[in-house]
Design a protein around this ligand. Structure first.
Ligand code: 5GP
Length: 143
């Protein structure tokens, strides 16, 4: 698959993959990385990203899609254990018009209900890093 024409190799998630920006990792393998969202729409909000250049769903190679959803299943299982709930919102935005703010494909997994989601990507809702680190560790241990 060719690199998408509109992919910015300096986007924030590309920098996270390269280790240039810190993150609270929950799980990692050769094709995917799962880490805590810093502006969570509910406690325990995790993002799953591919280690390939893709802006949105239409750019995603099939082998990376498979890997992303295998990782998402692991994360969802861990969230169910840690938060003792079945309900997990799975979300993914395609294009700015849909509200996408980071242009590297990612799946949101949010342990809440669609009716209680907090606002999306709101700078004044940045979570405490100590709390994120603790949650990442608890989730990682539950995979
Ligand atoms: P989108 O709007 O593209 O679907 O979602 C982007 C998500 O990335 C938002 O939920 C936002 O809170 C999160 N986010 C933005 N910048 C960072 C960052 O530097 N680190 C982490 N961990 N999450 C981020």
């Amino acid at each position: 698959m060719n690199k998408p024409l509109n992919y910015d190799a300096n986007n924030i998630f590309a920098k996270i993959i390269k280790g240039e920006i810190p993150n609270h990792t929950v799980y990692e393998d050769d094709k995917t990385l799962a880490f805590m969202d810093i502006m969570p729409m509910a406690e325990g909000h995790v993002l799953v990203i591919p280690k390939c250049e893709a802006v949105e769903l239409s750019d995603m190679p099939a082998d990376y899609l498979k890997a992303i959803f295998e990782t998402a299943q692991k994360i969802m299982g861990a969230q169910r254990k840690v938060f003792e709930r079945d309900g997990i919102v799975q979300m993914q935005l395609n294009s700015e018009q849909a509200g996408q703010t980071v242009f590297h494909y990612h799946v949101h997994l949010i342990p809440t209900s669609i009716h209680t989601l907090r606002e999306h990507a709101t700078l004044n809702q940045q979570a405490d890093h100590g709390k994120l680190a603790e949650l990442a560790q608890r989730l990682a241990e539950s995979i």
